[in-house]
Design a protein around this ligand. Structure first.
Ligand code: FAD
Length: 302
C-alpha cells in the first residue's frame, strides 16, 4: 500500500505529493487531468515570486517538479469511490483499487458556467471567472458581473476599484448578497445594478464587446457594450464521488480543520475542494503542504 495517496493533480495535490515524498514515504498521485484549473488559465500574475507566467507553462512546471521525486503518477485516471477499511481504498473508474494508509483529497472545483452563447467562445478573451486573478486586465474598461449573490457582489465591489464601470446582472428581482455588501455596492458611483436581467448572449468578434440580456419585466432584449464579463454564479467542488464517506458542507465542500483533517481518520483534504475561504493557487499549495505534513504526523502516531 501507499503511505500517502493524493487524489487530484492541481496545485494542492502537487504540493501535497512533494511534501510527502520528501519524507521518504511511499507516495502516489491520481489525477484526472494533471495541472487542474491552471490548464485553463491564461496569465497568472499573483503567484508570488513569479511576476508573470501562463497556465499551461505553470502546469508543466508543477509536473516537472513532482517528477523530481519518487512519486507514482497516475494521470488521466478518475477516482470514483473512497472506502475506509483497515486501509483506505480508492477505486478508479478503470476498476483498479488503490490502497493507502492515508489519503489527501485535492480534487479542486470548477466555476459554474452560465451556458449562454459566447461564454465558451470568449473564455480568456473577455469572459473571466476570478476577479482576484483577472480584474487588473480590465483596468479602465467597462465590465459586467453576472450574479448578485455574495460572490457576484464582492466581485463587483472589488472590480469597481479597478475598472471604469461595473454592471451587475441579477436574474431575480433582488440581489441575494448580504445586506452589508449590498449597501457597500450601492454606495459606489461607478456601479449599475440590473435586476430581473436574464443574460442571453456574450457578444464579440475576436474578444468580448458586449452582453445581451432579456429584461424579464418588459420582455425587451437589451445590449450593453463592454470589454469583460465576470461569471459569478458559484463554484462547484469536485466531490460528488465521495458520497457520505467524508463530511461535506451544504455546498459540497469537504470540511477540514486547520490541519487539513477531515472527519475520517487518515483522510485529509486541501485546496479548492475544501471549505477554505479563498480559492487561489498560492492558497491551495499551502493547504496541500499542511495536509501532507498532517498525514505524515498521523502515520508516525498510528
Ligand atoms: P484544481 O486546480 O481544480 O485541481 C484539481 C485536480 O483534481 C485536477 O487534476 C483534476 O483533474 C483532479 N480531479 C478532479 N476530480 C477528480 C477525481 N474524481 N479523480 C481524480 N482526479 C480528479 N488562481 C490564482 O491564484 N491566480 C490566477 O491567476 C488564477 N486564475 C484562474 C483562472 C481561471 C480561468 C480559473 C478557472 C481559475 C483561476 N485561479 C487562479 C484559481 C486556481 O486555478 C485554483 O484556486 C487552483 O487551481 C486550485 O487548485 P486545486 O489543486 O485545489 O484544484
Amino acid at each position: 500500500p501507499y503511505d500517502v495517496l493524493v487524489v487530484g493533480g492541481g496545485p494542492a495535490g502537487a504540493s501535497a505529493a512533494i511534501y510527502a515524498a520528501r519524507k521518504g514515504i511511499r507516495t502516489g498521485i491520481v489525477a484526472e487531468r494533471f495541472g487542474g484549473q491552471v490548464l485553463d488559465t491564461l496569465s497568472i500574475e499573483n503567484f508570488i515570486s513569479v511576476k508573470h507566467t501562463e497556465g499551461p507553462k505553470f502546469a508543466a512546471s508543477l509536473e516537472e517538479h513532482v517528477k523530481e521525486y519518487n512519486i507514482d503518477i497516475m494521470n488521466l485516471q478518475r477516482a470514483k469511490r473512497l472506502e475506509k477499511k483497515d486501509l483506505i481504498e480508492i477505486e478508479l473508474e478503470n476498476g483498479a483499487v488503490l490502497k493507502s494508509k492515508t489519503v489527501i483529497l485535492s480534487t479542486g472545483a470548477r466555476w459554474r458556467n452560465i451556458g449562454v452563447p459566447g461564454e465558451a467562445e470568449f473564455k480568456n478573451k473577455g469572459v473571466a471567472y476570478c476577479p482576484h486573478c483577472d480584474g487588473p486586465l480590465f483596468a479602465g474598461k467597462d465590465v459586467a458581473v453576472i450574479g448578485g449573490g455574495n460572490s457576484g457582489v464582492e466581485a463587483a465591489i472589488d472590480l469597481a476599484g479597478i475598472v471604469n464601470h461595473v454592471t451587475v446582472l441579477e436574474y431575480n428581482s433582488e440581489l441575494k448578497a448580504d445586506s452589508v455588501l449590498q449597501d457597500r455596492l450601492q454606495s459606489l458611483p461607478n456601479v449599475t445594478v440590473l435586476t430581473n436581467a436574464q443574460t442571453k448572449e456574450i457578444t464579440g468578434t475576436d474578444k468580448v464587446n458586449g452582453i445581451s440580456y432579456v429584461d424579464r419585466e418588459s420582455g425587451d432584449v437589451k445590449h450593453i457594450e463592454l470589454a469583460g464579463v465576470f461569471v459569478q454564479i458559484g463554484l462547484v467542488p469536485n466531490t460528488d464521488w465521495l458520497g457520505e464517506t467524508v463530511e461535506r458542507s451544504k455546498f459540497g465542500e469537504i470540511i477540514i480543520d486547520q490541519r487539513g483533517s477531515t472527519n475520517t481518520p487518515g483522510v485529509f483534504a486541501a485546496g479548492d475542494c475544501t471549505n477554505s475561504p479563498y480559492k487561489q493557487i498560492i492558497i491551495s499549495m499551502g493547504s496541500g503542504a499542511t495536509a501532507s505534513l498532517s498525514a505524515f504526523d498521523y502515520l508516525i502516531r498510528n
